[in-house]
Design a binder for this molecule. Structure first.
Ligand code: NDP
Length: 337
């Protein structure tokens, strides 16, 4: 089911104190949209450590609270808009013990709710309002009077009004203009993590292998980089796919290309890929194995250099033929790109 502006009652937010934990990509965009939707500035509080994000919020006219315990005390509605991996520590230690028993807690990603990494009281509402859009576009589309796709759900309905409040918040941040799609933390997390851990890794692998095969066949670094992604042709293709249809966009390609793509895709049965994707979905994602792993390595993700596992992965990937070739091309073309 898809919900529009007319399904959402903004009056449910009247008199509520709304706290945004975090003023980053989503926090800055959502807080500004909410204010421009008519929520008075004095009803919005930005909870952020004393740094550049806090300064940005102050410069935009918001009231900022650096003490999270104080912010928790006053919140009727709390948007948790800090990175997923740090939410459990910050929320469970500083917000959960101090929140009102009837507070509404809003997440923009289902991850920590699905894996029960956040501690809620039974009377609280826990809702998901998850834009499918980067923060800067959440803001710019709102300013242009347009909406953006968003998933909405109620995960715990302590007050019995959780879903209506979620819809009101979706409208206030500009999401119901294009239609907010009923979803769940489980659905959102399954789709997000499967794309991140199976679909895109396979796409990266396919580009890497195609690059190596063509390089071996004598193609130049420049030709390959431009042919495969630097021309922005793949970006154009995905834009057409979103606008016209995943398959229909093929009609913009030459007949040779259309025939090759359709014939090639239909001759791949996908059986082993499907089994691999199912294995990742069931045994890594939904089983909670990945989330336990991430919880274990989370402190290391704050470290500098190769003590940080993410930096080690980057280093490894940068050794690939594709990455090395692209580096050479970008160095040669420096100033022209
Ligand atoms: P950001 O990385 O932009 O978050 C930055 C904010 O988090 C800053 O205010 C920062 O302030 C604060 N922060 C970071 N670390 C800490 C910490 N240890 N303690 C307290 N505050 C901290 O996050 P996003 O906006 O990208 O993501 C927020 C949520 O939105 C996530 O749940 C994400 O999954 C979801 N989401 C994100 C999308 C996106 O496009 N980015 C799209 C849809 C959903 P400071 O460092 O000063 O403390």
């Amino acid at each position: 089911k898809i919900y529009y502006d007319s399904d959402a009652d903004l009056s449910l937010l009247e008199g509520k104190q709304i706290v945004f934990l975090g003023f980053g990509n989503q926090g800055a965009a959502q807080a500004q949209n909410l204010r421009d939707s008519g929520i008075p500035n004095e009803r919005i509080l930005i909870a952020n450590r004393r740094d550049a994000y806090a300064e940005d919020a102050t410069s935009k006219g918001f009231i900022v609270e650096h003490d999270f315990v104080k912010a928790a005390f006053v919140a009727d509605i709390l948007f948790i808009l800090i990175p997923d991996q740090v939410q459990p520590k910050v929320f469970n230690e500083q917000f959960a013990p101090n929140l009102k028993p009837s507070a509404t807690i809003v997440v923009a990603s289902g991850y920590n709710v699905l894996f029960k990494l956040l501690t809620f009281s039974p009377q609280q509402d826990v809702v998901m309002v998850a834009p499918r859009m980067i923060g800067s576009s959440v803001r710019s589309l709102y300013q242009k009077g347009k909406g953006y796709p968003c998933f909405v759900s109620v995960e715990q309905d302590g007050t019995g009004k959780g879903f209506s409040i979620a819809l009101a918040l979706s409208r206030a941040i500009g999401a119901t203009k294009a239609g907010a799609i009923a979803s769940s933390a489980r659905e959102e997390t399954a789709m997000d993590l499967l794309a991140e851990q199976a679909l895109w890794p396979n796409i990266i692998m396919l580009f890497r292998e195609a690059f190596s095969v063509l390089k071996e066949a004598g193609c130049s670094d420049e030709a390959l980089c431009y042919e495969m992604w630097m021309s922005k042709e793949p970006a154009e293709i995905f834009e057409r796919a979103a606008e016209e249809g995943f398959i229909t966009q093929l009609k913009h390609h030459s007949i040779v290309s259309q025939y090759g793509q359709l014939n090639g895709a239909l001759s791949l049965d996908g059986v082993s890929t499907r089994a691999h994707f199912k294995d990742i979905l069931n045994n890594q994602i939904l089983s909670g194995k990945f989330s336990r792993h991430l919880t274990n390595i989370e402190p290391e993700l704050e470290l500098e250099g190769f003590d940080n596992p993410l930096n080690r992965l980057y280093e490894q990937m940068e050794q690939s033929e594709l990455a090395q070739a692209e580096k050479r091309v970008r160095e040669r073309l420096a100033g022209l790109l």
